[in-house]
Design a binder for this molecule. Structure first.
Ligand code: PMP
Length: 301
């Protein structure tokens, strides 16, 4: 992840929640013999605050705990405690609109494959991160290429976890895409079906039908679930199914969804072309309304 405003991520000012208390940003350090670094015993979240409230905060906290459990790595906090910690981080850093990164990892007590004696640590940082893709890219629709890497079978890796190890091929795919002048890459899965982008889920549109791949070997994003609800509430026919890459020729619009990416139109995936249109625009608007904090009428006065 690029440093924000050119400042490296370890040299910023502010407060990071680290194992139960706030520490100065630059003191939030770990040892080189950390299990999480050597063996990928690490899970994380990406969540966004809008107007002072983290969108779907409790769901993100629960997903962190769930990801930890899939890695046999119990997170030593409840979802309520993680919610409170996230709020504390926003307040300490005087942030209202921010991206937040909770992360949990195995510590440095022992360094070999078994890790039950390694303490599970948790940290939460937050910073201002406006858009994952540039405004120009968003307007025209981002250009994506196919990744050469495939999302693995759920029998190969716990693919429902938001786990560090699952991002190795995302970084490789994103590097290859950027080197070739593309904004991102779309991955197929181990069966050759359309899966997801390197940090976002994907949707395809034909008329009032919206198709999205079934998340049976990749992250079922919280933004994805939100957009599905919003689309159904707006009367679109939302279809979750296995999608073959050659079917992309049948769709008019395409967008990707994620906490960082929000709803981002796609103009191009490999040999296929899409034109950002009314359905994408409608759902961008619906999502940006949904993320705003719901204040009671009395509180708004
Ligand atoms: N897939 C991957 C690989 C991701 O990194 C993300 C971002 N967390 C998503 C999908 C979308 O997930 P969410 O909407 O929960 O942010």
């Amino acid at each position: 992840m690029a440093g924000v405003g050119g400042v490296p991520m370890d040299q910023r000012e502010g407060w990071i929640w680290f194992d139960g208390k706030l520490v100065p940003w630059q003191d939030a350090k770990i040892h080189v013999l950390t299990h999480g670094l050597h063996y990928a015993s690490s899970v994380f979240e990406g969540q966004r605050a809008y107007g002072g409230e983290v969108f779907k905060l409790h769901q993100h906290s629960e997903r962190l705990i769930f990801s930890g459990s899939l890695l046999d790595m119990p997170i030593p906090y409840t979802a309520d405690q993680l919610d409170a910690a996230a709020r504390q981080v926003l307040e300490a850093n005087k942030l209202t609109d921010a991206y937040m990164r909770p992360v949990a990892w195995r510590g440095s007590e022992e360094i070999s494959v078994p890790a039950r004696n390694n303490k599970v640590h948790v940290a939460i940082a937050a910073w201002v991160w406006p858009s994952y893709f540039s405004p120009e890219e968003r307007q025209k629709g981002i250009r994506m290429m196919w990744s050469k890497w495939k999302r693995p079978s759920p029998e190969t890796i716990p693919s429902a976890a938001k786990a560090a190890g699952l991002y190795m091929i995302c970084t490789l795919s994103k590097h290859a895409a950027m080197d070739a002048g593309y904004a991102d890459a779309l991955m197929l899965d181990y069966r050759g079906l359309v899966a997801e982008a390197t940090g976002a889920n994907v949707f395809f549109i034909k008329g009032r039908e919206i198709h999205t791949p079934t998340p049976d070997c990749f992250l079922n994003g919280i933004t994805r679930q939100t957009v599905i609800e919003l689309a159904r509430a707006r009367g679109y026919n939302l279809i979750e199914r296995h999608i073959k890459p050659e079917e992309l020729a049948n769709f008019d619009e395409c967008f990707v969804t994620g906490t960082a990416a929000e709803v981002t139109p796609v103009g191009e995936i490999g040999e296929f072309r899409f034109t950002p249109g009314p359905v994408t625009a409608d759902l961008i608007e619906a999502y940006s309304e949904a993320v705003q904090p719901k204040r009671s009428a009395a509180a708004a006065e």
